[in-house]
Design a protein around this ligand. Structure first.
Ligand SMILES: [Zn+2]
Length: 412
């Protein structure tokens, strides 16, 4: 049976959009049997056209439909969004040349949506990338949009409370407005099964490599109409220097193609590497005496920084290389003792001499300190020759050692 996704209704009630649909064909296994797709906003969706209200759903099923050569049937769709889909698909083809992107949309009507726009919006997770983009466009007084359902699950009330407090703190200090989108966009699909589609490359991850760019951006289309958003900035994670060394769903070749109504999308900050961004954030703090906590950790489920994972460590090291104190930037447990543990872990466990992401941090450390003034405990990092990646034989050796340790200790 041909793979089909038939949208039967798009219901807009108050703050909420609910989409109902029937799925035909083998690819039904990639969608949850227990829930349909829903999304809630913290502003009423008055007069929102269905042709825009359907975009959050469609933007999250397009990559699945392409890889399954599926047809999506729907009543109405926004004309600008409809027209950009082929270009977005071309971006995916360029990112993943070994995969086949097919599929199509069968619509009853295409609707041109025109509305007045005033300000831009920044998709704001609270991390280094998003903060850098916010600072770049701060004079434009952007609205901040944060998704509940991305890194914090829709049922994780406590975790979301911490994220929400973080956003409130940011917006009040910078005098900006913020908007919340709550969506089950990670739960209406079955990510674990979607891995089957990527078997050609086991390193690919559905969320990171196929869903999160277009899937997050699509959620802003109802807000674009209701609030009058002229452009949506989405922060880059990578930089043009990384081309050829990464895969990601969110990329200039994909995101910059997206548009809906009279709103365009800008993949922002691609010219900065992560250390450049940390440097700008530290500089903003010093110049404005305004140190806003960063939320960088993907390990912790409570919406705070665990201060114990590689990403937390890497960000803290970036801040230290800028001669700043990580405590000022949301790493509350940082002190002399935790710094000692961090440096030991970076050396012994994370083996950062084989992680190219530390090259830029080391470069800044060397720019900001002469070797003679460099803090004693950082001198090994200052001097170490960082290689692009660990040689294969060493990787296998360390993997074997950790397996033996697990067997001896009886852990997994
Ligand atoms: Zn962490």
């Amino acid at each position: 049976m041909k793979n089909k996704f038939i949208v039967t209704s798009v219901d807009i009630e108050g703050y909420r959009i609910t989409c109902n649909y029937i799925i035909e064909g083998d690819w039904g296994k990639y969608f949850s049997q227990s829930t349909n797709f829903w999304v809630e906003y913290n502003v009423p969706l008055n007069d929102l056209p269905k042709s825009l209200a359907i975009i959050p759903l469609i933007s999250n099923i397009l990559p699945i439909a392409w890889l399954n050569d599926a047809e999506i049937f729907l009543d109405e769709i926004d004309s600008d969004f409809f027209e950009c889909i082929d270009n977005v698909k071309s971006g995916y083809k360029e990112m993943y040349p070994l995969l086949q992107f097919k599929g199509s949309i069968r619509q009853k009507s295409i609707v041109k949506n025109i509305y007045e726009v005033s300000k831009p919006a920044v998709l704001f997770s609270g991390g280094v990338d998003a903060f850098n983009t916010l600072l770049t466009h701060i004079s434009e007084k952007p609205m901040l949009i944060t998704l509940w359902g991305a890194d914090i699950g829709v049922d994780n009330i406590d975790g979301w409370r911490n994220v929400s407090n973080h956003i409130k703190e940011t917006t009040s200090q910078l005098n900006l407005s913020s908007y919340i989108v709550k969506s089950n966009f990670r739960e209406f699909i079955v990510s674990s099964k979607l891995k089957e589609l990527l078997k050609s490359n086991s390193k690919l991850n559905w969320w990171h490599d196929f869903q999160h760019g277009i899937g997050i951006i699509g959620h802003t289309s109802p807000l674009a109409f209701v609030l009058g958003i002229e452009k949506v900035y989405i922060a880059s994670s990578f930089t043009s220097n990384d081309i050829g060394n990464y895969t990601c769903a969110s990329d200039p070749i994909i995101d910059n193609q997206l548009r809906f109504g009279v709103t365009v999308v800008v993949h922002d900050g691609y010219e900065y590497n992560r250390q450049n961004k940390i440097s700008r954030i530290c500089q903003f703090g010093r110049e404005n005496n305004l140190y806003i906590p960063l939320r960088v950790c993907w390990q912790a489920i409570d919406g705070r920084n665990c201060c114990n994972c590689e990403k937390c460590y890497r960000t803290m090291m970036g801040i230290i290389a800028e001669k700043e104190n990580p405590v000022k930037f949301g790493f509350d447990v940082y002190n002399q003792n935790t710094r000692r543990i961090m440096l030991k872990q970076l050396n012994d466990k994370f083996r950062i001499e084989y992680n190219h992401r530390y090259i830029y941090i080391q470069k800044r450390l060397r720019e900001n300190y002469d070797l003679s003034e460099c803090p004693e405990d950082l001198k090994w990092f200052y001097n170490v020759k960082i290689k692009h990646q660990m040689p294969r034989f060493l990787e296998l050796y360390f993997r074997a050692i950790s397996k033996i340790k697990c067997i001896i200790l009886g852990t997994k």
